[in-house]
Design a protein around this ligand. Sequence first.
Ligand SMILES: [Zn+2]
Ligand SMILES: [Zn+2]
Length: 367
Amino acid sequence: MRITAAVAREKFGPFTIEPVELTDPRPDELLVKVVASGMCQTDQHGRDGYYNTPLPAVFGHEGAGIVLAVGDRVTKFAPGDHVVMSFPWCGTCPNCRRAMEWHCQKNFDLKMRGTRPDGSTLMSQNGEPVYGAFFQQSSFATHAIANERFAVKVDKDAPLDLLGPLACSGQTGAGAVLNTMQPRQGDAFAVFGVGAVGLSGLMAAKIAGCDPIIAIDLHAHRLTLARELGATHVLDRADRADVVQEIRRITGEGVRFSLETSAQPLVLREAIDVLMPGGTCVLLGSAPTGTEASFDMPFLQFGRVVRGVIQGESHPQTFIPTLVDFLQQGRMPIERMITFYPLAAINRAAQDSSNGTTIKPVLRMPD
Ligand SMILES: [Zn+2]
Ligand SMILES: [Zn+2]
């Protein structure tokens, strides 16, 4: 069928809105009318060649929409269902068999190669392939083909145009807290960097009853929002020479949990240095290969843990509906961090996101 998509034709070039031909769903696939899609830095990195995704390509991996048609082996979805499309995994590698699908050993290809697992493409123009299947969805388009395994059915009463970001940034930040850290009431928590991922973690820390909740950032407008969303203390780097000292002053012995979202070695060092004995620092920021950071060895010896977390260690089929419940209860007001753009304004959305004006851009698709 003929759809409209934001096509990336060259590295660092603009996205262009173009008609594209989309294939029919296979027996295990869904045809989804995309209502809205969040935009992540990963989409721009994809366009810019970080993952060697071939061009031209359609990116987008935080899609929410309505099922229009299902393949004849699909049993869990029917036309009319509301879905969020989440990250893909193979289901058969050693990590998938241990239910660690976020560490699927084939996940890089499944997310980035621009094709289905068997190498087939989903989109074309004048008989030439347009690479898509980004995270097995390519949601910067009016329609997407999604495998039923990675689609998550959500409550029809929930505001569908807000739900796409739960698939990546929301799940990543909130999952790092609720699935990995599992804080108890009254645990001290610090988040370094309050973009979409950091704020999602912060809202989860509030749900878990953490206290104090300390947010550190460079942007005053983000810190204002962090406070409104539950931070008990905010530290603006612009007027604070020693963040570690200040956090120790607030907490006494340090924090039980710290969340690092900036991917800066010096910030990671701070996120480790604020830990109390037995505390855990979770690293979410993705730094370029070869980036090194340092820590004090005796400090770590006292049971302090530093670990990376991918996709919030979330099982999307259960975790995304949990986050939707929080949203509907007003406990995870992600609308506070979202700015909507029409698909046609995708280049402005990308720019606003890169320069920090917008925390979380969400593209609304034309009818
Ligand atoms: Zn796997
Ligand atoms: Zn993402």
